[in-house]
Write a protein that binds this ligand. Structure first.
Ligand code: C5P
Length: 250
């Protein structure tokens, strides 16, 4: 049994917006102030976010190979970064698609994995994932066939109706029944291939892999994650990630 990793990194990162300083961009030609770089190419402590993410998985000895899905026009640039940070022996760069699901699907097709191998999918923009959590996810997939990292809800959760006047609360969802899904999300390879085939056949588009498993009636275990493994999404998130990185001395 081998462990493969898919890193979807083909997002455009529009929520980060033009307010991100150009100085944070990974390469001089990556962006201008009018076209901000996708967040996975911004830098944390002088190193691209994607490289931080790759390093976390490369630090896990059981990880055989990491397939990174990027926009087709960014393949050469990311390949050069992979080389610059001496990750060539661990990482392969492939073309992603217009949605996260398409990017993961493309990377999945590029894997030469066996049915009983394990595939972990991890957002490029969660660079603070730690090797111990990755290892616990692998253990949970071995045991359950499918497992994702998640964190309990701290706030009280409301279900709302969207109206012209704004959101109106419908009900309160007991927070002890809520888990906020993170990544990695791991699956036996044959299972992941099956749920992707079924979702594609039905035209279903999910925002994570677990949602594809749920609709197929596949039980998915939850591994306790950490708020530190957050998804870098908004401008202030870079400062928070820098702070966490400084603490962990990575
Ligand atoms: O923006 P979102 O939360 O969907 O991004 C989650 C991850 O999916 C990011 O790492 C992003 O680069 C990736 N993604 C992708 N292909 C897309 C859209 C998002 O690989 N078309």
């Amino acid at each position: 049994m081998q462990v493969y990793v898919i890193i979807p990194a083909a997002g455009l990162g529009t929520r980060m917006s033009a307010s991100v300083p150009v100085a944070l961009n990974a390469t001089p030609n990556a962006a201008s102030s009018s076209t901000p770089a996708p967040k996975q190419f911004l830098q944390l402590r002088g190193i691209p976010i994607l490289v931080h993410t790759l390093r976390a998985f490369a630090a896990v000895a059981t990880v055989q190979r990491i397939h990174v899905a990027v926009r087709a026009h960014e393949i050469d640039r990311v390949q050069a970064q992979v080389h610059e940070y001496a990750l060539d022996t661990r990482a392969t760069v492939v073309a992603g698609g217009d949605t996260r699901q398409e990017s993961v699907g493309a990377a999945l097709r590029s894997l030469r994995a066996s049915d009983d191998d394990i595939v972990l999918v991890h957002d490029a923009v969660r660079p603070l994932i730690d090797p111990a959590t990755i290892e616990r996810t692998i253990e949970a997939v071995i045991k359950h066939g499918a497992a994702i990292v998640g964190v309990p809800a701290i706030d009280t959760i409301k279900q709302v109706e969207r109206t012209a006047e704004g959101a109106i609360i419908g009900t309160t969802i007991p927070r002890e029944r809520i888990v906020l899904a993170q990544t990695p999300q791991g699956f036996r390879c044959d299972l992941l291939r099956r749920i992707f085939r079924e979702a594609e056949a039905d035209g279903f588009l999910g925002t994570d892999e677990a949602s594809l498993a749920e609709r197929a009636g596949v039980p998915v275990a939850v591994v306790l994650g950490s708020p530190r493994n957050f998804k870098i999404t908004q401008p202030g998130d870079l400062e928070l990630a820098e702070f966490y990185l400084q603490q962990s001395k990575r």
